[in-house]
Design a protein around this ligand. Structure first.
Ligand code: NOJ
Length: 562
């Protein structure tokens, strides 16, 4: 395998709006990120990925782009963007930006022209998007072309009176989908990509990559996801971009694609298939979802945690990718709840479980992404009023739950547990007002616990969650040849309480054993050769064939190869 810089880098995901507000207007910004780069470097981060920084009406916090060529005034301007890049260069850090290819904002110039038949360029831009005429129902009333459901819960089609057509949007109605079969649109997108490359970025996280192609027969279906997800032609679009832009400019690309089949995973990240470098997959993200009641479905329905599902998902990913590509490890991003609330514990075992989660994940092979605030154990937010939420998805989904018969209490509880806003509250830097994020009232309420959970409180405590991350992230780089490039073998993969593996490296092996439960468990290692392993990190317990692990305990052993 040819080694690349991005294999051993530690990536940190920044949700711009909530990271650090340098001009005290209540919204995080690019200079705020620049101010904190040395902090990130000090904890072992070498690459940052920032969420969309483009001009946007912010229906979906920037994933609805109004102008790809300018920076949102919420976040700064092109000058502050360049300053961020410069600061990163000084610190020898890399910068990845989000690339939204599937849709624009409905306020984007292209869409404004596309929906206006009187505009002289209408004909050209109309075809940049996806349009269909309405259908007639049995009573002759006009209905949507299909019953497809958007990822945010409502219908995928909205009506445009001026053309008497419906436009497709698989996310919010303010995010019309682009037509990737249109060569002019594709070429315009390539120019946009080149523009940011020329400004010095090191790569892209490619948003919603598997949705670029649609089923142009528009068959009816409910919810109809198969008509706008993972259709074979989207690989062609990605490959074209990779061959013309991503690869010639030596960029790192992280492609977002949920539910990819084995063949698809290999296409995305296979060294010889020229698409992405790393795949953002979601198999491990909802290991506590299942049926609870009819009105609360999908990710909103919370069940007992299945530790086995997390292990199996990663195991599957490692096996599928094999030596043909490289793996990515992360706990969660801005679209899932906080990991310590989700898979750990927020009460008595908050600190212990956060450290256990860090140890469990970051001694596994692959490139790692840490999500902002994860390194201090930030928790879900526990708002008690629906009006505190900001995410566009929340409101449709909350109403869907009520309309389907859920009580207000149950619907609110589902939102509280699973909303994306959990991961989007302001970063907690210190115990001053708004956790030091901003002197002005933040765009979304700060988590009530910022006085106890913050960076400053943990900075000088050598046993803090923050210093655990610091140790692990730095060690990942220092011993990359054994950890990052290791080969993992899960132990007792069917066990639903523990998480154990050996990561076999070139000259060292790491043995990790962890308890994912809030009670003591017994782990049998009788089928594992324990010879040579010595205590290395975590709770100090000597290694035996049968281990008794206290709640959320994690221990790492290491051995030199003969
Ligand atoms: C995936 C992003 O992670 C999510 O936050 C966004 O809402 C959708 N794509 C639409 O762009």
């Amino acid at each position: 395998m040819q080694k690349k810089w991005w294999m051993t880098t530690n990536i940190y995901q920044i949700y711009l709006r909530s990271f650090n507000d340098s001009n005290n207007d209540g919204i995080g910004d690019l200079l705020g990120v620049a101010e904190k780069l040395s902090y990130l470097k000090s904890i072992g981060i070498e690459t940052i990925w920032i969420s969309p920084h483009y001009d946007s009406p912010m229906d979906d916090n920037g994933y609805d782009v109004r102008d790809f060529y300018s920076v949102s005034s919420d976040y700064g301007d092109i000058k502050s963007f360049k300053q961020l890049i410069e600061k990163a260069r000084e610190l020898d850090m890399k910068v990845l930006v989000d690339l939204v290819l599937n849709h624009t904002s409905d306020e984007h110039e292209w869409f404004k022209i596309a929906k206006d038949p009187t505009h002289p360029l209408h004909h050209k831009y109309h075809d940049y998007y996806i349009w269909q005429k309405g259908k007639r129902d049995a009573d002759g009333l006009m209905i949507r072309p299909t019953r497809w459901i958007s990822w945010f819960g409502g219908p995928t089609w909205d009506y445009n009176e001026a053309t008497d057509e419906y436009y497709l949007h698989i996310f919010s109605k303010k995010m019309p989908d682009l037509n990737w079969r249109n060569e002019d649109m594709k070429n315009d997108m390539k120019k946009i990509i080149k523009y940011w490359i020329d400004l010095g970025i090191d790569g892209f996280r490619v948003d919603a990559a598997n949705h670029l192609e649609k089923n142009w027969d528009f068959p009816d279906g409910l919810p109809g996801y198969e008509n706008f997800s993972s259709l074979p032609k989207h690989h062609e679009y990605i490959k074209e971009l990779a061959l013309e832009l991503f690869e010639p400019y030596n960029l790192l690309t992280l492609g977002e694609s949920g539910g990819a089949t084995k063949e698809e995973v290999r296409k995305y990240v296979g060294f010889n298939s020229h698409e992405f470098n790393l795949l953002i997959h979601f198999g491990h993200c909802w290991a506590d979802t299942g049926y609870t009641e009819p009105a609360i479905t999908g990710k909103w329905s919370k069940t007992e945690l299945r530790v086995t599902d997390i292990k199996k998902s990663y195991d599957h990913q490692y096996q599928v990718v094999g030596n043909e590509g490289f793996n990515l490890i992360y706990w969660h991003n801005h679209d899932q709840p906080r990991v310590v609330s989700h898979y750990g514990n927020t009460e008595k075992y908050w600190e212990k479980s956060a450290k256990m989660l860090a140890m469990t994940l970051y001694f596994m092979p692959g490139t790692a992404i840490v999500y902002q605030g994860e390194e201090i154990g930030m928790t879900n937010v526990l708002y008690d009023d629906i009006s505190d939420f900001r995410d566009v998805e929340v409101f449709t989904e909350y109403n869907n739950m009520l309309n389907n018969g859920a009580t207000k209490e149950k619907a609110l509880q589902a939102i509280v547990d699973r909303s994306r806003d959990n991961a989007r509250t302001p970063m907690q830097w210190n115990s001053s007002i708004n956790g030091g994020f901003s002197k002005a009232e933040p765009w979304i309420k700060t988590n009530y616990n910022y006085k106890t959970i913050n960076v400053e409180n943990q900075e000088y405590d050598e046993n803090s969650i923050l210093n655990t991350y610091r140790f692990i992230l730095k060690h990942r780089i220092a011993d990359a040849k054994n950890i990052v490039f290791g080969k993992i073998e899960f132990i007792n993969i069917d066990d639903n309480e523990s998480y154990c593996y050996i990561n076999k490296g070139k000259d060292k092996d790491y043995l990790l054993i962890a308890n994912f439960r809030d009670y003591e468990i017994e782990i049998s290692l009788k089928d594992v050769s324990l010879r040579g392993f010595e205590y290395f990190y975590g709770d100090r317990v000597s290694l035996k064939e049968t281990m008794n692990l206290k709640p959320y305990e994690a221990i790492l052993y290491r051995r030199n190869k003969a």
